[in-house]
Structure formats: C-alpha cells, structure tokens
Write a new protein. Sequence first.
Length: 235
Amino acid sequence: MLSTAPPSTPGRAPEETVRMRLVDLRLKARPKAISGFDGETVRMRALDLPVVGKVANTVRQRYVDLHNIDRRPPTSWEIARVMLVLLLSSMPILGISVDVFGLVSQSATSVVVIALTAVLATIVVFAPHRIDMIVGRGLIAGMVACIVYDGARLFAVHVLGLMGDFIPVMGSWVTGEPNTTGSAAVGYVWRYIGDGGGLGVAFFVVAFTLGIDRWKNVYAVLASVAFAAFPTWPG
C-alpha cells in the first residue's frame, strides 16, 4: 500500500489514501516453459543435454577403440618401443633366475632396469603414444594382483609356517648388502613395482598385441592363467 499524501497537519483533514492496484503495474512476461522443465521443480532431462564426444562405458571398449583408431601397420619406431617395454617389464623377475644360475648378479641387472626405466620415462614424457595407456593399466593391475597373491603367501609364511619369506633375501641381492631391514624394504618395493607391475605390463602388452582384449571373458581369463602358469611360474 502506497500513499502520495504528505503527513497530516492539525486542523486539516487527511487526504484520501491512494491505493495502487497490481493491475496498474507493468508486469514482465514470464519466460516460456523450456522443454524438460515442469512447474515449481526444475528437472533436467539427460536427453536435452548435448553429447560431447564418445564416452566409453568399459575399459575393454577403450581398448577396442584403440585398436580401431589406426589400422596401418606399426612403424619400426613403434615396434622398437613395444620391445623396450617388454624387455623392461620382464627384466626384474628374470633377474632372479639369472642370479640363481650364477650368470649375472641381480645388483647388476637392477642397475640396467633403473637405466631403462629412465629412458622409457623420458620417451613417455616427450613422445607420448596411445600404447602408454595400456602400460599404465598393466602396471596397476600387476601390483594389485601381487597384493592379492601376497595375502595368501604371507599367511602361509607367518601363520602356517609352511615356508620362509624369500623377498627380503631378494632385496639383499638387489642392494648387494646382507639381509637387513633396508634390504627387506627394497625387496618388497622391487617385488610390487618390478615383479608384479612388470608382469602386468608384459601381459597387457602381449594381450593387446594378440587382441585378447577382444576375446570373450572366459577365454581372456584362461589366457591370463596360462601366462601365469607359463612362462611366469617356471621362471
């Protein structure tokens, strides 16, 4: 309620109050309804949203897309890059075998592994390639698988007493020092990143090369079990 009259003074009758009706106001037009909105509650439908790019639903679909991106034969550089990845991923666990047979000490092979890792890291940073996605996923998958395996192994070592813990000994081979707490820590780091992660990378690269990622689940699992049984376990 608005009034245009000044304050009343003594001896003067108050002026009539002016009431302003809502219809006298200039009303703004209400925005028209937008498709996907209703009433008081604002609801947004997914169908009204623009689709940006193609979003893969599964990791396997991303691998299929990676296969289909480029159907040309691999270049010599790409073959050399994959061979470097396979060599580096297999060396940590093969270093155990060559040390056991007295061919090359694992402290020597560990230096080569560290040097090749620095070379590969430099290549990944300055010359990235689509295969790097598979290498990264293989590294993580191998480490996770090693954690699951160690759950059973450490139970057999510390609870059931069926065997000793070989990993601290392997750490002393890497460092070239006696079996100490430090060498045990090195052994477990080497085991998870080098052995477990390296085997994961090797299998992922081989699986991608052979197209195992496009096989049915049961065949892909059987292939991974076969890889674990041979050549991994005999080595």
